[in-house]
Design a protein around this ligand. Sequence first.
Ligand SMILES: *Cc1c(COP(=O)(O)O)cnc(C)c1O
Length: 372
Amino acid sequence: MIPFNKPYIVGSELNFIEDAIMYGLSGSGKYTELCYRFFNETYGFKDTYLTHSCTAALEMCGLLLDLKEGDEVILPSYTFTSSANAFLLRGATVKFADSTSESPNLCLKSVQESITSKTKAIVVVHYAGMSCDMHALKQIAVDNRLILIEDAAQAIDAKYDGQFLGSFGHLSTFSFHDTKNIHCGEGGLLVINDTRFIEKAGILYNYGTNKEAFISNKVDKYEWCGIGSSFMCSELNAAFLWGQLQNHKRVLEIKISIWWYYHQKIGQLNLGRKLVSVNERVQHNGHIYYLVCDSKDEREALIQHMNEKGVKAFFHYQALHNSPFFSTQYSGPKLPYAELYSDCLVRLPVYAELTQAQQDQVIDAIRTFYLN
Ligand SMILES: *Cc1c(COP(=O)(O)O)cnc(C)c1O
Protein backbone atom coordinates (compact mmCIF):
# COMPACT_ATOMS: atom_id res chain seq x y z
CA MET A 1 0.00 0.00 0.00
CA ILE A 2 1.32 3.47 -0.88
CA PRO A 3 0.74 5.59 2.23
CA PHE A 4 -0.66 9.07 1.95
CA ASN A 5 2.12 10.76 3.90
CA LYS A 6 5.47 9.85 5.40
CA PRO A 7 7.29 12.50 7.44
CA TYR A 8 10.75 13.01 5.97
CA ILE A 9 13.81 12.61 8.17
CA VAL A 10 16.86 14.42 6.78
CA GLY A 11 19.36 12.53 8.96
CA SER A 12 21.00 15.18 11.13
CA GLU A 13 18.08 15.66 13.56
CA LEU A 14 19.35 13.24 16.24
CA ASN A 15 22.78 14.87 16.40
CA PHE A 16 21.22 18.26 17.03
CA ILE A 17 18.84 16.80 19.63
CA GLU A 18 21.79 15.24 21.43
CA ASP A 19 23.51 18.61 21.46
CA ALA A 20 20.34 20.31 22.67
CA ILE A 21 20.23 17.93 25.64
CA MET A 22 23.61 19.31 26.73
CA TYR A 23 22.39 22.90 26.43
CA GLY A 24 18.97 22.64 28.10
CA LEU A 25 15.58 21.78 26.77
CA SER A 26 13.16 24.55 27.67
CA GLY A 27 12.20 27.10 25.03
CA SER A 28 14.10 30.11 23.64
CA GLY A 29 17.50 28.41 23.79
CA LYS A 30 20.33 27.81 21.33
CA TYR A 31 18.30 26.03 18.64
CA THR A 32 15.33 28.37 18.83
CA GLU A 33 17.78 31.25 18.26
CA LEU A 34 19.42 29.43 15.34
CA CYS A 35 15.99 28.92 13.79
CA TYR A 36 15.13 32.61 14.23
CA ARG A 37 18.29 33.69 12.47
CA PHE A 38 17.55 31.27 9.64
CA PHE A 39 13.96 32.48 9.18
CA ASN A 40 14.81 36.15 9.25
CA GLU A 41 17.82 35.84 6.95
CA THR A 42 16.31 33.36 4.49
CA TYR A 43 12.82 34.77 4.13
CA GLY A 44 13.26 38.43 5.11
CA PHE A 45 10.90 38.27 8.09
CA LYS A 46 11.22 41.15 10.59
CA ASP A 47 10.70 39.12 13.75
CA THR A 48 9.75 35.53 14.53
CA TYR A 49 8.47 33.46 17.45
CA LEU A 50 8.83 29.70 17.46
CA THR A 51 5.68 28.12 18.88
CA HIS A 52 4.46 24.60 19.65
CA SER A 53 2.06 24.74 16.67
CA CYS A 54 0.68 26.93 13.93
CA THR A 55 -2.52 26.90 15.97
CA ALA A 56 -0.62 28.57 18.85
CA ALA A 57 0.83 31.15 16.43
CA LEU A 58 -2.68 31.91 15.14
CA GLU A 59 -3.87 32.30 18.72
CA MET A 60 -1.06 34.80 19.30
CA CYS A 61 -2.38 36.70 16.25
CA GLY A 62 -5.84 36.73 17.84
CA LEU A 63 -4.35 38.18 21.03
CA LEU A 64 -2.18 40.72 19.20
CA LEU A 65 -5.20 42.16 17.39
CA ASP A 66 -6.80 43.15 20.71
CA LEU A 67 -10.15 41.93 19.42
CA LYS A 68 -13.33 42.94 21.19
CA GLU A 69 -16.71 41.30 21.04
CA GLY A 70 -18.36 42.25 17.76
CA ASP A 71 -15.09 42.77 15.89
CA GLU A 72 -15.06 40.82 12.65
CA VAL A 73 -12.37 38.72 11.01
CA ILE A 74 -12.71 37.51 7.42
CA LEU A 75 -11.28 34.13 6.45
CA PRO A 76 -11.98 31.36 3.96
CA SER A 77 -14.56 28.75 4.87
CA TYR A 78 -12.40 26.15 3.18
CA THR A 79 -9.62 25.90 5.76
CA PHE A 80 -8.50 24.17 8.94
CA THR A 81 -10.47 24.86 12.13
CA SER A 82 -7.53 26.66 13.78
CA SER A 83 -7.75 29.57 11.31
CA ALA A 84 -11.19 30.32 12.77
CA ASN A 85 -10.84 29.15 16.41
CA ALA A 86 -7.98 31.56 17.09
CA PHE A 87 -10.35 34.51 16.62
CA LEU A 88 -13.50 32.95 18.09
CA LEU A 89 -11.48 32.32 21.24
CA ARG A 90 -11.10 36.10 21.56
CA GLY A 91 -14.84 36.68 21.24
CA ALA A 92 -14.62 38.00 17.68
CA THR A 93 -17.07 37.17 14.92
CA VAL A 94 -15.76 35.19 11.98
CA LYS A 95 -17.03 36.01 8.49
CA PHE A 96 -16.49 33.21 6.02
CA ALA A 97 -15.53 34.09 2.44
CA ASP A 98 -15.65 31.83 -0.58
CA SER A 99 -12.90 30.14 -2.58
CA THR A 100 -12.43 30.80 -6.29
CA SER A 101 -13.36 28.61 -9.24
CA GLU A 102 -9.63 28.26 -9.97
CA SER A 103 -8.41 27.16 -6.54
CA PRO A 104 -9.46 26.83 -2.90
CA ASN A 105 -7.82 30.22 -2.20
CA LEU A 106 -9.84 33.30 -1.21
CA CYS A 107 -12.14 34.94 -3.76
CA LEU A 108 -11.43 38.69 -3.79
CA LYS A 109 -15.02 39.64 -4.53
CA SER A 110 -16.26 37.50 -1.66
CA VAL A 111 -13.72 39.15 0.68
CA GLN A 112 -14.78 42.63 -0.43
CA GLU A 113 -18.44 41.81 0.09
CA SER A 114 -17.69 40.59 3.62
CA ILE A 115 -16.07 43.85 4.77
CA THR A 116 -18.12 45.99 7.20
CA SER A 117 -17.30 48.85 9.58
CA LYS A 118 -16.53 46.19 12.21
CA THR A 119 -13.97 44.27 10.15
CA LYS A 120 -10.52 44.20 11.78
CA ALA A 121 -8.56 41.64 9.81
CA ILE A 122 -8.41 39.35 6.82
CA VAL A 123 -6.84 35.92 7.23
CA VAL A 124 -5.62 34.41 3.97
CA VAL A 125 -4.74 30.74 3.61
CA HIS A 126 -2.31 29.70 0.88
CA TYR A 127 -3.87 26.37 0.07
CA ALA A 128 -1.39 23.68 -1.02
CA GLY A 129 1.43 26.20 -0.68
CA MET A 130 -0.01 28.04 -3.69
CA SER A 131 -0.22 31.76 -3.07
CA CYS A 132 -3.39 33.80 -2.90
CA ASP A 133 -3.46 36.96 -5.03
CA MET A 134 -1.32 38.84 -2.52
CA HIS A 135 -1.01 42.17 -4.35
CA ALA A 136 -4.79 42.51 -4.58
CA LEU A 137 -5.39 41.30 -1.02
CA LYS A 138 -2.76 43.65 0.34
CA GLN A 139 -4.45 46.52 -1.50
CA ILE A 140 -7.84 45.58 -0.04
CA ALA A 141 -6.29 45.52 3.44
CA VAL A 142 -4.63 48.92 2.94
CA ASP A 143 -7.77 50.53 1.45
CA ASN A 144 -9.88 49.35 4.38
CA ARG A 145 -7.24 49.76 7.12
CA LEU A 146 -7.33 46.08 7.96
CA ILE A 147 -4.67 43.83 9.40
CA LEU A 148 -3.60 41.17 6.90
CA ILE A 149 -2.70 37.78 8.36
CA GLU A 150 -1.25 34.97 6.28
CA ASP A 151 -2.02 31.48 7.51
CA ALA A 152 0.99 30.16 5.63
CA ALA A 153 0.87 26.79 7.46
CA GLN A 154 1.38 24.96 4.15
CA ALA A 155 3.50 27.57 2.42
CA ILE A 156 7.12 27.44 3.59
CA ASP A 157 9.52 28.27 0.74
CA ALA A 158 6.67 29.23 -1.59
CA LYS A 159 6.58 32.63 -3.30
CA TYR A 160 4.32 35.11 -5.00
CA ASP A 161 5.93 37.18 -7.74
CA GLY A 162 9.32 36.15 -6.39
CA GLN A 163 8.59 37.20 -2.80
CA PHE A 164 8.41 34.60 -0.01
CA LEU A 165 4.98 33.90 1.43
CA GLY A 166 4.77 34.89 5.05
CA SER A 167 6.48 38.21 4.27
CA PHE A 168 3.35 39.94 2.91
CA GLY A 169 1.06 39.95 5.94
CA HIS A 170 1.34 42.24 8.96
CA LEU A 171 1.42 38.87 10.75
CA SER A 172 1.91 35.36 9.36
CA THR A 173 1.98 31.84 10.69
CA PHE A 174 3.63 28.58 9.64
CA SER A 175 3.18 24.98 10.73
CA PHE A 176 5.87 22.38 11.34
CA HIS A 177 3.39 19.58 11.97
CA ASP A 178 4.71 16.34 10.53
CA THR A 179 2.32 16.51 7.59
CA LYS A 180 4.00 19.69 6.31
CA ASN A 181 7.06 20.07 4.02
CA ILE A 182 9.40 21.01 6.88
CA HIS A 183 8.48 19.63 10.27
CA CYS A 184 9.46 18.84 13.85
CA GLY A 185 6.53 16.60 14.78
CA GLU A 186 4.60 19.51 16.25
CA GLY A 187 5.73 23.10 15.87
CA GLY A 188 4.85 26.46 14.43
CA LEU A 189 6.05 29.98 13.79
CA LEU A 190 4.61 33.42 14.26
CA VAL A 191 6.07 36.00 11.87
CA ILE A 192 5.80 39.69 12.64
CA ASN A 193 6.36 41.97 9.68
CA ASP A 194 4.68 45.03 11.21
CA THR A 195 7.07 46.26 13.91
CA ARG A 196 4.17 47.77 15.91
CA PHE A 197 3.43 44.25 17.17
CA ILE A 198 6.94 43.25 18.26
CA GLU A 199 6.95 44.47 21.85
CA LYS A 200 3.51 43.11 22.64
CA ALA A 201 4.32 39.75 21.03
CA GLY A 202 7.39 39.42 23.27
CA ILE A 203 5.24 39.93 26.36
CA LEU A 204 2.52 37.54 25.15
CA TYR A 205 5.07 34.87 24.36
CA ASN A 206 6.76 35.14 27.76
CA TYR A 207 3.75 34.50 30.02
CA GLY A 208 2.80 38.16 30.04
CA THR A 209 6.18 39.31 31.36
CA ASN A 210 9.00 41.52 30.07
CA LYS A 211 11.43 38.61 30.31
CA GLU A 212 12.83 39.51 26.87
CA ALA A 213 13.87 42.95 28.10
CA PHE A 214 15.37 41.33 31.20
CA ILE A 215 17.41 38.83 29.18
CA SER A 216 18.79 41.61 27.00
CA ASN A 217 19.68 43.57 30.18
CA LYS A 218 17.23 46.38 29.50
CA VAL A 219 15.56 45.95 32.91
CA ASP A 220 16.95 44.50 36.17
CA LYS A 221 14.01 42.18 36.93
CA TYR A 222 11.11 40.84 34.98
CA GLU A 223 7.53 41.52 35.90
CA TRP A 224 3.97 40.91 34.88
CA CYS A 225 3.26 43.45 32.11
CA GLY A 226 0.17 42.19 30.34
CA ILE A 227 -1.76 39.11 29.39
CA GLY A 228 0.19 36.24 27.96
CA SER A 229 0.65 32.52 27.92
CA SER A 230 3.19 29.83 27.11
CA PHE A 231 3.43 29.39 23.37
CA MET A 232 7.04 28.20 23.33
CA CYS A 233 8.52 25.31 21.45
CA SER A 234 10.80 22.93 23.36
CA GLU A 235 14.47 22.94 22.35
CA LEU A 236 14.06 19.24 21.48
CA ASN A 237 11.69 20.22 18.70
CA ALA A 238 13.73 23.28 17.74
CA ALA A 239 16.86 21.10 17.38
CA PHE A 240 14.96 18.68 15.15
CA LEU A 241 13.61 21.61 13.14
CA TRP A 242 17.10 23.06 12.74
CA GLY A 243 18.20 19.83 11.06
CA GLN A 244 15.23 20.05 8.70
CA LEU A 245 15.72 23.73 7.90
CA GLN A 246 19.29 23.14 6.82
CA ASN A 247 17.93 20.80 4.18
CA HIS A 248 14.93 22.90 3.15
CA LYS A 249 16.16 23.43 -0.40
CA ARG A 250 16.55 19.70 -0.98
CA VAL A 251 13.08 18.97 0.42
CA LEU A 252 11.65 21.74 -1.75
CA GLU A 253 13.29 20.38 -4.89
CA ILE A 254 12.02 16.85 -4.25
CA LYS A 255 8.48 18.02 -3.50
CA ILE A 256 8.33 20.23 -6.57
CA SER A 257 9.60 17.48 -8.84
CA ILE A 258 6.97 15.06 -7.44
CA TRP A 259 4.31 17.70 -7.98
CA TRP A 260 5.29 18.38 -11.61
CA TYR A 261 5.56 14.70 -12.42
CA TYR A 262 1.92 14.25 -11.35
CA HIS A 263 0.90 17.37 -13.18
CA GLN A 264 2.53 16.36 -16.42
CA LYS A 265 1.44 12.71 -16.40
CA ILE A 266 -2.09 13.34 -15.20
CA GLY A 267 -2.33 16.17 -17.74
CA GLN A 268 -1.61 13.63 -20.46
CA LEU A 269 -4.73 11.69 -19.40
CA ASN A 270 -6.82 14.66 -20.61
CA LEU A 271 -9.19 14.69 -17.65
CA GLY A 272 -9.98 18.35 -18.37
CA ARG A 273 -10.82 20.71 -15.51
CA LYS A 274 -9.90 18.18 -12.86
CA LEU A 275 -6.34 19.46 -13.04
CA VAL A 276 -4.89 22.11 -10.72
CA SER A 277 -4.56 25.40 -12.57
CA VAL A 278 -1.09 26.92 -12.58
CA ASN A 279 -0.26 30.60 -12.65
CA GLU A 280 3.25 31.86 -13.28
CA ARG A 281 3.07 34.46 -10.48
CA VAL A 282 2.57 31.60 -8.02
CA GLN A 283 5.76 29.71 -7.19
CA HIS A 284 4.40 26.90 -5.02
CA ASN A 285 6.33 24.47 -2.82
CA GLY A 286 4.85 21.16 -4.01
CA HIS A 287 3.14 20.65 -0.65
CA ILE A 288 -0.11 19.12 -1.94
CA TYR A 289 -1.21 17.71 -5.28
CA TYR A 290 -4.96 17.51 -5.73
CA LEU A 291 -7.67 16.79 -8.26
CA VAL A 292 -11.17 18.22 -8.25
CA CYS A 293 -13.85 15.67 -9.15
CA ASP A 294 -17.21 16.58 -10.70
CA SER A 295 -19.24 15.30 -7.75
CA LYS A 296 -19.02 13.90 -4.24
CA ASP A 297 -20.07 10.47 -5.54
CA GLU A 298 -17.31 10.52 -8.14
CA ARG A 299 -14.78 11.41 -5.46
CA GLU A 300 -15.93 8.60 -3.19
CA ALA A 301 -15.70 6.11 -6.05
CA LEU A 302 -12.25 7.41 -7.07
CA ILE A 303 -10.85 7.13 -3.52
CA GLN A 304 -12.34 3.65 -3.24
CA HIS A 305 -10.82 2.61 -6.57
CA MET A 306 -7.42 4.01 -5.60
CA ASN A 307 -7.59 2.10 -2.32
CA GLU A 308 -8.26 -1.11 -4.22
CA LYS A 309 -5.21 -0.33 -6.37
CA GLY A 310 -3.03 0.04 -3.27
CA VAL A 311 -3.02 3.84 -3.04
CA LYS A 312 -4.14 5.89 -0.05
CA ALA A 313 -5.80 9.10 -1.20
CA PHE A 314 -7.67 11.50 1.06
CA PHE A 315 -9.87 14.53 1.02
CA HIS A 316 -9.94 17.23 3.67
CA TYR A 317 -11.50 20.43 4.92
CA GLN A 318 -15.21 20.35 5.28
CA ALA A 319 -16.28 23.96 4.71
CA LEU A 320 -16.38 25.54 8.17
CA HIS A 321 -19.65 27.41 7.57
CA ASN A 322 -21.33 24.01 7.05
CA SER A 323 -19.71 22.30 10.04
CA PRO A 324 -21.67 20.72 12.91
CA PHE A 325 -20.35 23.52 15.15
CA PHE A 326 -21.06 26.48 12.91
CA SER A 327 -23.88 25.64 10.51
CA THR A 328 -26.67 26.48 12.97
CA GLN A 329 -25.22 29.97 13.57
CA TYR A 330 -24.28 30.67 9.95
CA SER A 331 -26.37 33.34 8.25
CA GLY A 332 -23.97 34.54 5.55
CA PRO A 333 -24.11 34.15 1.78
CA LYS A 334 -23.91 30.86 -0.07
CA LEU A 335 -20.31 29.76 -0.57
CA PRO A 336 -20.54 27.45 -3.58
CA TYR A 337 -16.82 27.02 -4.19
CA ALA A 338 -15.99 26.25 -0.55
CA GLU A 339 -18.66 23.54 -0.85
CA LEU A 340 -17.31 22.34 -4.18
CA TYR A 341 -13.82 21.72 -2.72
CA SER A 342 -15.31 20.14 0.43
CA ASP A 343 -17.20 17.67 -1.74
CA CYS A 344 -14.92 17.12 -4.71
CA LEU A 345 -11.24 17.69 -3.86
CA VAL A 346 -8.93 14.63 -3.63
CA ARG A 347 -5.34 14.76 -2.42
CA LEU A 348 -2.74 12.39 -3.83
CA PRO A 349 0.22 11.05 -1.84
CA VAL A 350 3.10 13.57 -1.90
CA TYR A 351 6.09 12.93 0.34
CA ALA A 352 9.82 13.10 -0.19
CA GLU A 353 10.39 9.34 -0.25
CA LEU A 354 7.70 8.68 -2.85
CA THR A 355 9.43 7.00 -5.79
CA GLN A 356 8.63 7.54 -9.45
CA ALA A 357 7.45 3.90 -9.68
CA GLN A 358 5.01 4.60 -6.85
CA GLN A 359 3.85 7.77 -8.56
CA ASP A 360 3.26 5.75 -11.71
CA GLN A 361 1.11 3.39 -9.64
CA VAL A 362 -0.92 6.36 -8.34
CA ILE A 363 -1.32 7.74 -11.87
CA ASP A 364 -2.30 4.33 -13.18
CA ALA A 365 -5.01 4.05 -10.53
CA ILE A 366 -6.42 7.37 -11.74
CA ARG A 367 -6.14 6.29 -15.38
CA THR A 368 -7.97 3.02 -14.85
CA PHE A 369 -10.73 4.81 -12.96
CA TYR A 370 -11.43 7.38 -15.65
CA LEU A 371 -10.40 5.75 -18.89
CA ASN A 372 -11.42 2.12 -18.54
C1 LIG B 1 -1.73 22.40 9.26
C2 LIG B 1 -2.53 23.65 9.26
C3 LIG B 1 -2.81 24.35 10.44
C4 LIG B 1 -2.49 23.81 11.81
O1 LIG B 1 -1.16 23.62 12.04
P1 LIG B 1 -0.69 23.02 13.47
O2 LIG B 1 0.78 23.27 13.45
O3 LIG B 1 -1.03 21.56 13.44
O4 LIG B 1 -1.39 23.77 14.52
C5 LIG B 1 -3.48 25.57 10.37
N1 LIG B 1 -3.86 26.07 9.18
C6 LIG B 1 -3.64 25.41 8.02
C7 LIG B 1 -4.07 26.03 6.74
C8 LIG B 1 -2.97 24.17 8.03
O5 LIG B 1 -2.75 23.53 6.88
